[in-house]
Ligand binder design. Structure first.
Ligand SMILES: *[C@@H]1O[C@H](CO)[C@@H](O)[C@H](O)[C@H]1NC(C)=O
Ligand SMILES: *[C@@H]1O[C@H](CO)[C@@H](O)[C@H](O)[C@H]1NC(C)=O
Ligand SMILES: *[C@@H]1O[C@H](CO)[C@@H](O)[C@H](O)[C@H]1NC(C)=O
Length: 572
């Protein structure tokens, strides 16, 4: 008895110490991660000299590897973190930085690059030079997650602006950028893409999941600001994406296959990152959207984590149900294939997100799919629903919190004393390797730490969705049509476009599309129109509520069967 009591006391002490050391690490690493992230944003960031305002460098490393570029994916995930901190009141000092990011991304959208121009596929370009010029070297392109992640970051800011009485900024400045990205997603999601690691050209779970999210929240935003013509198109493509998303589940392996190509096991951090970046606390443990606490996402997490137990020296001797260092995917050979800080933080974050939902709903459900995951923490647990008043709920959630903290503790163990986070740490020695000060590593620390405190960003409409019975690809062929019109205007006056089809707002002067005056006196906009279709349209001028239409007759084009088309008009 005495021995047993002593043993339990020792266990308690050890777990209390573990908890304390994670608390200590979170307290010391948080400011380092925040400062490290801000240092990598131009133009005033301490480590981002040469970057234009609002441009996020991936890392200041210029050799082995050279990461001194700006990736749309990394930048958008970084700014999603900054926007969440801003809108939740955690850090309200970043408004100008967020505005600079939006402006920088609006500029990058228009930069013609090896993937194309803004209207011919250029939005799928993964990376640019930090002075906002195109990167023209060979690369894995396109990467179709970028426009989705970028619109998600900007939409979250837009929703806050609307809630705070600034819809006009959203409509005039943010919506044109968001719409370009969402149109690209709606039109191109059903084409192959390089994955987020820039290696496999196929379909990719992370990309599909974030595209689905972007179209859902984009449709909701469009409704809010009266841009209703895009809603049905975005919503129907979102349903197609949700349907396609289900196909990545591998029922016999009980995990999510990360890519449809690539010839690997498919066990990949891609899937955990997708779950945390499409977390919607209102959706509960919905498995169709692979929510962090869903049975599929938990089963997947176990299979993914276990794939690293025997292949990294730093994991040797660790109990089979305790946290370990994890990397991108077990077959990885980049820099010899090592653990990544952001992958290890992502596992912790998924588990913290799950705990947030279980606490909020006051229960936890174990299904036959998630049973192996839960058995790690209680070998006798059976499928069923456990209310928060039960001992089983307490046992499981306490053990899962400890498990989650274990992943943070692994990163803590391999974080150098000054707190800098590289991309990877060596699988045998634990020494930091590859790019130093990886901006995404810092963002991943901040979002995991926030989730640990119970923070959940606003949802995006994942609640109550139904998966269509049969899957389809995206809609019929479309054409990106650029309308250029020469029009001199007076101060305060703007040129708009409306016409005979949904995409041109069906002759509505109120909802007419605002053209860009970036090349004044040429006003321009690129709109996705149905192919092989006769379209009539007119330009209008608006000045302080006064609307002036072009003189008759209507302009008319017949869209071609595909590709792009440019119209050159002069105001009549
Ligand atoms: C709306 O937000 C923009 C971007 O931060 C800002 O420049 C503008 O002053 C705001 N307008 C109002 C009325 O608050
Ligand atoms: C396009 O969509 C169909 C139907 O969901 C799917 O079977 C196919 O794999 C998709 N192709 C790509 C490249 O996403
Ligand atoms: C409009 O001008 C561009 C070049 O400025 C040209 O490529 C395009 O063919 C023109 N469109 C038409 C319909 O003539």
């Amino acid at each position: 008895m005495r021995l047993l009591a002593f043993a339990s006391l020792a266990t308690l002490l050890v777990s209390a110490l573990g908890q304390t050391s994670v608390d200590t690490y979170v307290a010391s690493e948080s400011p380092v991660a925040k400062a490290g992230l801000l240092a990598n944003i131009g133009s005033s960031g301490a480590k981002s000299s040469g970057a234009k305002p609002g441009v996020v460098i991936a890392s200041p490393s210029t050799t082995n590897p050279d990461y001194l570029y700006t990736w749309v994916r990394d930048s958008s995930l970084v700014f999603k973190t900054i926007v969440d901190q801003y809108t939740s009141g955690t850090d309200t000092s970043t408004r100008a930085l967020i505005d600079a990011f939006v402006a920088a991304e609006g500029t990058l959208q228009q930069v013609t690059n090896p993937s194309g121009s803004v209207s011919t596929g250029g939005l799928g370009e993964p990376k640019f030079n930090i002075d906002e010029t195109a990167f023209t070297g060979s690369w894995g392109r396109p990467q179709r997650d970028g426009p989705a992640l970028r619109s998600t970051a900007i939409i979250n800011y837009a929703n806050w602006l609307i809630a705070n009485g600034n819809s006009s900024w959203v409509t005039s400045k943010l919506w044109p950028i968001i719409k370009l990205d969402l149109d690209y997603v709606a039109n191109n999601w059903n084409q192959s893409t390089f994955d987020l690691w820039e290696e496999v050209d196929s379909s990719s779970f992370f990309t599909t999941a974030v595209q689905h999210r972007a179209l859902r929240e984009g449709a909701a935003l469009a409704n809010k600001i009266g841009q209703t013509s895009v809603v049905s198109g975005y919503t129907s493509q979102a349903s197609n994406l949700l349907c396609f998303l289900q196909s990545y589940w591998n029922p016999s392996g009980a995990y999510i296959t990360a890519n449809t190509g690539g010839g690997r096991s498919g066990k990949d951090s891609n899937t955990v990152l997708a779950s945390i970046h499409t977390f919607d606390p209102a959706a509960g443990c919905d498995a169709n959207t692979f929510q962090p606490c869903s049975d599929k996402a938990l089963s997947n997490l176990k299979v993914y984590v276990d794939s690293f137990r025997s292949i990294y020296g730093v994991n040797s001797g660790i109990a089979s149900n305790a946290a370990v260092a994890v990397g991108r995917y077990p077959e990885d050979v980049y820099y010899n294939g090592n653990p990544w800080y952001l992958s290890t933080f992502a596992v912790a974050e998924q588990l913290y997100d799950a705990l947030v939902v279980w606490k909020a709903q006051g229960s936890l459900t174990v299904t036959s799919t998630s049973l192996p995951f839960f058995k790690q923490f209680s070998s006798s647990v059976a499928a069923g629903t456990y209310a928060s008043s039960t001992a089983t709920f307490t046992t499981l959630t306490t053990a899962i919190k400890t498990f989650a903290d274990g992943f943070v503790a692994i990163n803590a163990k391999y974080t150098p004393a000054a707190g800098g986070l590289s991309e990877q740490f060596d699988k045998n020695t634990g020494a930091p390797t590859s790019a130093v000060d990886l901006t995404w590593s810092y963002a991943s620390a901040l979002t995991a730490f926030a989730a640990r405190t119970g923070f959940a960003a606003p949802g995006w409409g994942a609640q109550g969705l139904t998966v269509p019975a049969t899957c389809s690809g995206n809609a019929g062929p479309s054409v990106a049509v650029t309308f250029n019109v020469q029009a001199t205007t007076v101060l305060g006056e703007n040129i708009y476009l409306t016409g005979s089809v949904n995409a041109l707002e069906n002759w509505s002067p109120d909802n007419a599309l605002l053209l860009s005056a970036a090349n004044y006196p040429t006003w321009s906009i690129t709109v996705t129109l149905p192919a092989n279709t006769v379209v009539q349209y007119k330009y209008i001028r608006k000045n302080n509520g006064a609307v002036t239409w072009e003189s008759d007759p209507n302009d008319q084009i017949t869209t071609p069967s595909g590709g792009t088309f440019t119209v050159n008009d002069t105001w009549r």
